[in-house]
Design a protein around this ligand. Structure first.
Ligand code: NAD
Ligand code: ZN
Length: 316
């Protein structure tokens, strides 16, 4: 039987397991429901779990499969820009626990990843922008042609996602293949995330719904400033990248009175060592550098810079 027909035949006999979407359901209770269904339907070591979902469902399904009967195969079919361009690759599968994101998980690669840009046609515009933040991050880390291509995008509605997603995924794969367990190089992927996560947590704690990508976009502006001040990223390039970000992403601004709260949140970041806040920054576009520390007053200045960029551009 031709492979395709055999595949269709297998899918015809497949059991569908549905879960609720949303970060609020990325927890052990949902995993338990998946394990229960797998058990009920007598899934064995040769069964395959296909995760047809955005990053949340791919992470959770990968974790459920990676732990069921000590691990069965799973296939990722990511359906959002974020998951197609970033989350589906790199083997990190997991769930949130006790208010901490991705606190419980395993490293396990899927048997296959199938990416089809057709899925993106039904994705709400805000989810497109959300995922685009990680694409911009990859392009700044990669530099060269990739950054040039991203920089030339004026309107997200006219983007050929197939090419962009492919370039983004190829960049991420090159990094995670070189450093699967985040001993060094893979840490570059945290660019924009040290400040971004603090903004995201602060806003969530204050009941403001802020998409991860919007916070990472603001985080990248702050970390571009740090890159300029600490690592020598040229002022012109810093401004150019920051204004590109403000043109494409909604503003995320925290009032100055709460800047110290952001610093406190950054001190809790699990990537820190010896109580020092660690950043992945840029010496130049396409030249990332990891394990950079920064004085608190420069970090405070970077928050001001974020605000200034979203309001009107002012000098560094
Ligand atoms: N494993 C990793 O390396 C890694 C990296 C980055 C992010 N992540 C994880 O990814 C998750 C975020 O992923 P996400 O942004 O894809 O969010 P998501 O999976 O929560 O999806 C966002 C929303 O879009 C909906 N949706 C999904 N596909 C759709 C489609 N084709 N059409 C219409 N609606 C659709 C979902 O139902 C959901 O409401 C987070 O949990 C994050 O921790 C993991
Ligand atoms: Zn991210």
């Amino acid at each position: 039987m031709p492979v395709l027909l055999k595949g269709i035949e297998i899918l015809r006999n497949a059991t569908v397991i549905e879960i609720f979407s949303g970060e609020a359901f990325k927890n052990i209770e949902t995993v338990q429901q998946v394990w229960e269904q797998l058990t009920e339907h007598r899934a064995d070591r040769k069964s395959v779990l296909i995760n047809l979902a955005g990053g949340m469902g791919c992470d959770l399904g990968g974790f459920a499969a990676g732990t069921y009967k000590r691990g069965i195969d799973f296939i990722q079919v990511p359906t959002t820009v974020l998951s197609q361009a970033d989350a589906a690759y790199g083997g990190k599968q997991g769930i949130d626990f006790s208010n901490y994101k991705n606190q419980i998980g395993v490293f396990k690669d899927p048997a296959a990843i199938f990416v089809n840009p057709e899925f993106l046609k039904t994705l709400p515009a805000e989810q497109i922008v959300n995922g685009f933040a990680e694409v911009v991050k990859h392009s700044l880390l990669d530099g060269g042609k990739f950054w040039k291509k991203i920089y030339s995008i004026e309107n997200l509605s006219s983007v050929n996602w197939k090419k962009i997603v492919q370039q983004s995924c190829e960049f991420k794969l090159s990094v995670v293949k070189a450093d699967p367990y985040e001993k060094g190089l893979r840490k570059i992927l945290n660019f924009g995330h040290t400040i971004g996560h603090a903004l995201e947590t602060y806003l969530l704690n204050n009941n403001v719904d802020a998409l991860h990508g919007y916070c990472v976009a603001a985080g990248m502006i702050g970390e571009l400033y740090l890159s300029h001040m600490i690592c020598g990223l040229a002022e012109k390039k810093t401004r150019k990248a920051a204004s590109y970000i403000t043109n494409h992403f909604p503003s995320v601004i925290v009032p100055e009175a709460f800047y110290n709260e952001l610093i406190t949140l950054m001190k809790q970041d699990k990537k820190n060592r010896d109580g020092q806040i660690q950043f992945a920054l840029l010496k130049d576009i396409g030249m990332p550098i990891i394990n950079v520390t920064a004085d608190e007053d420069i970090i405070l200045q970077s928050f001001h810079f974020i605000e200034e960029c979203y309001n009107v551009e002012k000098s560094l």
